[in-house]
Design a protein around this ligand. Structure first.
Ligand SMILES: [Zn+2]
Length: 236
């Protein structure tokens, strides 16, 4: 695979047709097209070790920024390493509407850590989120979520080693918090993310949605009842 900037400041990328990333704006895995490439002359004057390119998401047409490491400066081409860094990564989404404020603040930061590939910072923020949830729901709520975690393990078939780490991070809160947080790799962090979303959904979102739906039903019922009453009165 070769990627380089030529004398005319064009980006020549032999895999350009297959270049796709998860767009940070529309969250769709989309092909991206280069729209702003640094000028060849400028780069050869300063010879920076890294260069930034702007692409356009083919799906939503928002800008996508990629950073490449320069492999070599030649007289007629600037060779880039094919591996790039996505400067702005797609954010993980979650419905925060029904969460208590403290839980929302902490879990938002957890998602931010995850999106930036800081998986152990993510694990620590998941623990803080869990602490806030347990403080809010009390011991009964904590036990309910512990049961739910076991359900998730059975439903999703999570491997024992990963599961034990998740359980330790979320539920073993009594010991010295510095000593007992296991480290997570990207795969385990991905499992952790889905498990936390499920637990928060179970603890707050499901109940909130149901309550709201019931409220809407009651509203329409009362509305219909009062309409019927006024129709009956008009008929009299
Ligand atoms: Zn997009």
């Amino acid at each position: 695979m070769s990627v380089y900037i030529d004398l005319a400041s064009r980006l020549i990328h032999d895999q350009a047709k297959n270049l796709a990333v998860t767009c940070p704006h529309c969250q769709v895995m989309s092909h991206i097209t280069p729209v702003a490439v640094p000028r060849f002359e400028d780069l050869t004057v300063h010879k920076p070790k890294q260069v930034g390119l702007v692409y356009l998401c083919d799906n939503c047409h928002s800008p996508v920024f990629l950073r490449y490491t320069v492999r070599a400066y030649h007289t007629s081409r600037i060779e880039l390493s094919p591996q790039f860094v996505e400067v702005e990564r797609a954010r993980e989404k979650f419905t925060f509407t029904y969460l208590p404020e403290e839980v929302e603040v902490l879990f938002k930061e957890a998602l931010l850590c995850f999106s930036n590939g800081a998986y152990n910072a993510f694990a620590s923020m998941c623990r803080r989120t869990a602490q806030a949830v347990f403080a809010d729901l009390g011991e009964a709520g904590k036990l309910r979520l512990f049961d739910e975690l076991n359900n998730v393990r059975d439903l999703a078939g999570i491997a024992p080693e990963a599961f034990n780490k998740l359980r330790t991070i979320l539920f073993n809160l009594d010991d010295d918090p510095r000593s007992n947080i296991p480290t997570l790799d990207s795969y385990e962090a991905g499992i952790m993310l889905e498990v936390c979303k499920d637990l928060l959904y179970e603890a707050y979102v499901r109940k909130g949605k149901l309550q709201q739906a019931m409220m809407v039903r009651r509203f329409f019922l009362e509305e219909t009842a009062s309409n019927l009453t006024s129709m009956a009165q008009t008929a009299e």
